[in-house]
Every structure is written in C-alpha cells, then in structure tokens.
Design a protein around this ligand. Structure first.
Ligand code: AKG
Ligand code: FE2
Length: 355
C-alpha cells in the first residue's frame, strides 16, 4: 500500500531543542537562544543597480522561455496574471494573520506532535539549528478541519473553506508551472511516467506551510527562517507586502521585493534532479524586522510520494550523464531529515569529494 506524506514525516521525527515557540509578544529583548552569529555571514547585496529577480506575466507569449531562463539562472521568479483571484490571496493572508495572533494557549491546542507534520510549532528545519528562529509555523497536509476546530470552535468552517479553495487554486497553478518549467526543456507529459493519467500511482501531494515572523526587538541578530532549499518540486509563496524573503546569489543575500499582485515561485530539489542539474534549486531564507509582523504562505508541491524521480531521459546522454540516481520523494525526505542542506551532494553520482 502506498504511504502518505504525513506517514513519511512520522517515520522521520525531528527532535527540537524547545518544544514550541515562545510567546514573542512578551519578549522585549532578544533572548540568547534566539541570537545568531551567522545572520551576516554573507553580505546583503541590496542595491538598486543590481538586477532583481524576474517578474513573469503568465499571459506573456514568451512566458515559457522566460521561466526556463529564470530557473536556470536564479531558481526563483515572480509571476503575475497567475489566475488566482486576488480576493482569495487576501483572504488567505488575513486568515493566516488571524491564526498567528491567537493567544498562545489557543495555538498550542493545535500543536504539532514530535512525530507529526501538521499543526502549530517551529519550522521542522529548527532541528538542524543550534539557535532558535524568530518565527512560528503552521503546516497543513490534507484537511485542516480537526486543527481548525480546535483553534476556532465557532468559525472553523469559514476558515476551512478559505484554505480548501486556496489549495485548489494552488494545485492548478503548480501543475501549470511545472509543465511550463519542463516544457521549456522540451519535456512533455508523455515523457514523465508518474504524470501519466493512467499511472497507477496516487496523485501528486502537497503541503501548505504558513509562516509568521513577529516584529523583533533585535532583527540584526535574529533569524526568521534559516537558509534552505525546498525539498519538493516547486513552491508557490505569497509573502504579502512586507519584505523578508532573500535568496543567495553572487555571494550575497538579495531581497525578493514584495509585489502586491505577484506570487513567488521557487525551484525545489526535485525539479533540480529531474532537470539533471539544469535548474537551480535556490537557497533562500527569511529575515525579520523591528516593526512589522510578516506572514507568508508557501504551497509546497511534490510528486506522488512513491514515484521514481530521476534525471529525465530526454536530458541525459553521453555528454550529459545523469547526476543523480532515481529516488522517490519519500526516500528523499528521509535522506533530507538526516543530511539537510547536504542531501543533494550526498546523492550526486559524480561527487568525488570525501563523504
Ligand atoms: O517566508 C518566506 O518568505 C519564505 C518561506 C519559505 O521559504 C518556506 O516556507 O519554505
Ligand atoms: Fe522555503
């Protein structure tokens, strides 16, 4: 029997240094356990003279080429005219804010258990960090009904319907973007076994990650979300109108400017594998600020959990040997739970560096 995304995380529990985030509002100074020394390890490269991440209008007849180029160079881009109703995007942002502004004891009613994936708590990546991040998260896989019932005993149905509608729109957009990304490399549905409608595999899986970065008394020493690549095919991020998302490029951090009608698209580790390394899975992180409470909503889109993901046959040949072995998403997540940012390196077939 095929397993579900939630079961995969249950079999790779990550143990955190602290069970759940502090009540950030009550902290008027940055406690030592939230003080990082590596926030400025790379310089901030924000300068109006530098090129910024591409904004692609999905109605542009050249969208497919622009997407391919953005995936090869930056591994991240923004899209406009993406078809997701603005009202729904606004609703999801308000609902997310509403969730994180609930009193801590209420949020903890929907706390994520150590072996679980869904619910309230620190981001899973915290397990790899010595310091705590100045953020809290809420992960949704499948129906949020049970958790929302705990959070909002009166209004949960209203919140459920907003999230369900948003996930439906995200799924549609994620599929469209994946085929644009792969189409730009000359790869089509018939070339991808697990995407075939007759495939015996279950449908693609996804998670919704809500992130909250409260205003911080000492943002220069705090980390919102530590640098990482996303462990999926691609992510669609709504970041509202407060900046904080940065990507590592040319040896420094570049801020992705919030654009009201745009969504941010990240290339994940699995598209990097499928493209045989042609597409760049981008290192990104979130920083915090002194005055504003920033929230973001990331839709993490992945393949069917047991599908074999390997460099696509159209993209390998004598002069382009496969860089990675075949791996299922389920296996990949297990390896990532051990190796984190070194996962792809540990899998690389041409890696000659000592392990
Ligand atoms: O908050 C952001 O802008 C980034 C979120 C993110 O990278 C993630 O949830 O994986
Ligand atoms: Fe991310």
């Amino acid at each position: 029997m095929s397993s579900k995304l939630t079961d995969v995380f249950a079999s790779h529990p990550l143990y955190l240094h602290q069970e759940h985030p502090d009540d950030f509002k009550s902290l008027h100074e940055l406690p030592d356990q939230y003080k990082w020394t590596r926030v400025h390890e790379y310089p901030s490269l924000d300068s109006p003279t530098l090129k910024s991440v591409t904004i692609i209008d999905l109605n542009d007849p050249n969208a497919i080429q622009l997407i391919g180029h953005a995936c090869k160079t930056w591994g991240i881009f923004q899209v406009t005219n993406h078809g997701v109703p603005q009202k729904l995007v606004d609703d999801i942002e308000s609902a997310t804010r509403c969730l994180f502004t609930l009193p801590m004891e209420q949020k903890l009613k929907a706390a994520r258990p150590p072996t679980g994936f869904s619910g309230y708590g620190f981001h899973r990546i915290s397990a790899f960090c010595e310091k705590l991040m100045w953020s809290e998260g809420f992960t949704i896989v499948g129906s949020p009904l049970e958790h929302f019932h705990q959070l909002w005993p009166e209004d949960y149905l209203k919140f459920c319907s907003i999230f369900e509608e948003y996930e439906k729109e995200m799924k549609k957009l994620a599929e469209r973007l994946m085929w644009l990304m792969l189409g730009s490399l000359g790869v089509f549905k018939e070339d991808v076994k697990w995407a075939n409608p007759n495939s015996e595999l279950e449908a693609a899986s996804a998670a919704l990650q809500l992130n909250s970065y409260p205003a911080c008394p000492n943002p220069d020493q705090a980390m919102g979300l530590v640098d990482h690549t996303d462990s999926n095919l691609l992510s669609i991020v709504h970041q509202g109108n407060i900046s904080g998302l940065q990507v590592l490029r040319d040896g420094g951090w570049i801020m992705i400017p919030p654009i009201p009608s745009a969504l941010v698209i990240n290339v994940g580790d699995l598209i990097h594998i499928l493209s045989n390394g042609l597409y760049h899975n981008v290192f990104h992180r979130a920083v915090v600020n002194r005055t504003h409470h920033r929230v973001s909503v990331a839709y993490l889109y992945g393949p069917p959990i047991s599908a074999e993901i390997s460099p696509l046959s159209k993209l390998v040949g004598p002069s382009h040997p496969p860089l990675y072995p075949s791996v299922t998403w389920k296996e990949y997540l297990g390896i990532k739970a051990k190796f984190n940012n070194k996962t792809l390196l540990s899998l690389r077939l041409d890696d000659t560096s000592p392990k």
